[in-house]
Design a protein around this ligand. Structure first.
Ligand code: GLY
Length: 253
């Protein structure tokens, strides 16, 4: 069970964040409202939410998940794949020092966005993407192994991050869409298939036996409810415009 989450208030520079979604610029006021609702939902799930101040220097810094991997044993501060995001790690490291005894780091030439890392118990799947390279993944695996955990890599081709298309919802349930439906690595899971037209809904998260699912994906809602999952819908439409979503907006630990 998670006890805490770290989130970061979006700055007005959010509207200039990285995007390949082709959905236009986010509306800042609406993004702030959605971010506030997201925090309320995390609190409703029993989490203490640590809210970091906005940083206008880093338009994408509200997507805190990418700059660190939090495990029960240690935090690993990443070296993000996008140059414009690399400066986000310094302030996050300072925050993490208040909560973690052990902090490890990813160094050049390793590159990792932790949106590419999916936790399944003590094993971590690391997507090799346009943001995460083999050298970065190997550094993460070495850190994990030094604390008794394990990691392995997964190739991905069509989405930004591993967790854009796949989410582990505990109890062997794996939500998957597109290229992840046929990965041998994931055959052992109970796959909950997300239809291609609703692929954005694959970015959902497990929070203390509740499932946070984006609003507006009725087929995905039906699939997850049929599986007996307890769903809370959350509107993150403005963050979707920057390829972000429910997992990207918090670090849960
Ligand atoms: N807009 C989030 C990212 O590309 O990292």
């Amino acid at each position: 069970m998670f006890k805490k989450a770290i989130v970061k208030t979006p700055g007005e520079s959010l509207v200039n964040g990285l995007s390949r979604a082709g959905l236009g610029h986010p509306n800042y006021e609406q993004a702030l409202v959605q971010h506030g609702n997201y925090i309320d939902v995390l609190k409703h799930c029993g989490l203490e939410v640590i809210i970091l101040e906005k940083d206008e220097n880093f338009p994408d810094s509200t997507f805190v998940e990418d700059v660190a991997l939090l495990t029960p044993e240690c935090a690993i501060v990443t070296n993000p794949g996008a140059a414009s995001r690399r400066g986000e790690v310094a302030s996050m490291q300072k925050t993490l020092e208040k909560h973690f005894i052990h902090i490890e780091k990813v160094f050049e030439p390793g590159r990792v966005d932790a949106g590419d890392i999916m936790m399944v118990g003590a094993h971590y799947y690391i997507g090799l993407s346009e943001r995460t390279n083999q050298k970065g993944a190997l550094q993460v695996i070495k850190h994990l192994e030094s604390y008794g955990m394990t990691g392995s890599t997964v190739e991905l081709k069509h989405v930004l991050h591993l967790k854009t298309g796949v989410a582990y919802l505990e109890h062997n349930n794996l939500v998957a869409s597109g290229e992840f439906l046929s990965k041998p690595e994931f055959e052992k899971f109970n796959i909950l298939e997300i239809d291609a037209v609703e692929s954005y809904a694959a970015n959902c998260i497990w929070v203390n036996d509740r499932i946070l699912l984006p609003v507006g994906y009725p087929k995905a809602y039906e699939t997850l409810s049929q599986a007996g999952l307890d769903i809370i819908e959350v509107d993150v439409s403005e963050f979707r415009k920057l390829d972000g979503g429910l997992s990207c907006l918090s670090l849960r630990f």
